[in-house]
Ligand binder design. Structure first.
Ligand code: G1P
Length: 301
């Protein structure tokens, strides 16, 4: 079995839900505590043994490429000033030369199309796919646990969690086909089904290990839900020939594509950090006791 060495990060999305912030900053560069959202996702991939990072970008996303490059002036200034802690922090986050690649999606045709754009960079081997909207909090990263399960099952694997059964139309939903190791076999997949058509309430949370045969399928995949080329539709076709398994993730997942999820992520990761936890905890208590909705009081008067 091939080792999972490469990871694809589709980062071409416009981030319209975060306007005006995302007018000039890619949504993946918004910060959770003190690092961009994309850094959390890359860290998760690295913890899982990923050696090569592939970013599928778009217009106005150049700053992501800059972020993963060395900032020579900054390094020189920090060196002159003897800022060793900051220097080693930056060094630890830096991909080695030649281990990060960037390609552009060119047109916003959907997740399936974004993944297909990475076909040449991935080549004929299994790969991980991480959707950067979702960041996850657990001692052991979600993808690391998936790689462990994959080494037993082979085939294709997706991370799942259970959603409110009324909200299946927000996600890709999979059917439960019986337990296998720490996961289960998938016996159906639908992108954003209405609750009455959903095979379960297990939703795809944005981590995948896929076989390269998905690329040939995506090449001719027609548009589906939302009038976009959907990865889930491609996976459904691949499932006619190959096995699919689900890994139910046990940690916390934050959808940083929504305002509430992004704020929850900031609070949760601040509380996770030993250096600031105490102060943030106290401040939050005080704020919750004193802050009222803006304009509420004057409206009542
Ligand atoms: C995508 C996938 C969907 C998955 C979701 C997780 O949808 O198509 O299957 O459940 O990510 O965030 P999107 O959020 O891009 O509409």
């Amino acid at each position: 079995m091939h080792k999972v060495r490469k990871a694809v990060f589709p980062v071409a999305g416009l981030g319209t839900r975060f306007l005006p912030a995302t007018k000039a900053i890619p949504k993946e560069m918004l910060t959770v505590v003190d690092r961009p959202v994309i850094q959390y996702v890359v860290d998760e991939a690295r913890q899982a043994g990923i050696e090569h990072l592939i970013f599928v970008t778009g217009r106005n996303k150049g700053v992501i490429e800059d972020y993963f490059d060395i900032q020579v002036e900054l390094v020189n200034t920090l060196t002159e000033r003897g800022k060793k802690t900051e220097l080693s922090l930056l060094e630890g986050l830096q991909p080695q030369p030649g281990t990060a690649s960037f390609t552009r999606q060119q047109a916003p045709l959907g997740l399936g199309h974004a993944v297909w754009c990475a076909r040449d960079l991935v080549g004929p081997e299994p790969f991980a796919l991480l959707l950067p909207d979702m960041i996850m909090q657990s001692e052991r990263g979600c993808l690391a646990s998936m790689v462990e399960l994959y080494e037993k099952t082979g085939g294709n694997l997706v991370s799942v969690e259970q959603c409110d059964p009324a909200e299946t139309n927000k996600y890709g939903i999979v059917g439960h086909g019986g337990a296998v190791g720490s996961g289960f076999r998938i016996d159906g997949m639908v992108e954003k089904p209405e609750p009455k058509d959903a095979p379960s309430n297990y939703f795809i949370t944005g981590r995948y290990i896929l076989q390269p045969e998905i690329f040939d399928i995506l090449e001719t995949q027609e548009k589906g839900a939302g009038n976009e080329i959907q990865l889930t539709d491609g996976m459904l076709k691949l499932a006619e020939k190959q096995e699919f398994f689900a890994y139910p993730f046990q940690g916390r997942t934050f959808d940083c594509g929504s305002k509430e999820g992004f704020i929850r992520a900031n609070v949760a990761f601040a509380l996770w950090r030993q250096d600031i936890r105490g102060k943030v905890f106290d401040d939050l208590h005080k704020l919750m006791a004193t802050v009222e909705p803006y304009g509420e009081r004057s409206a009542a008067e």
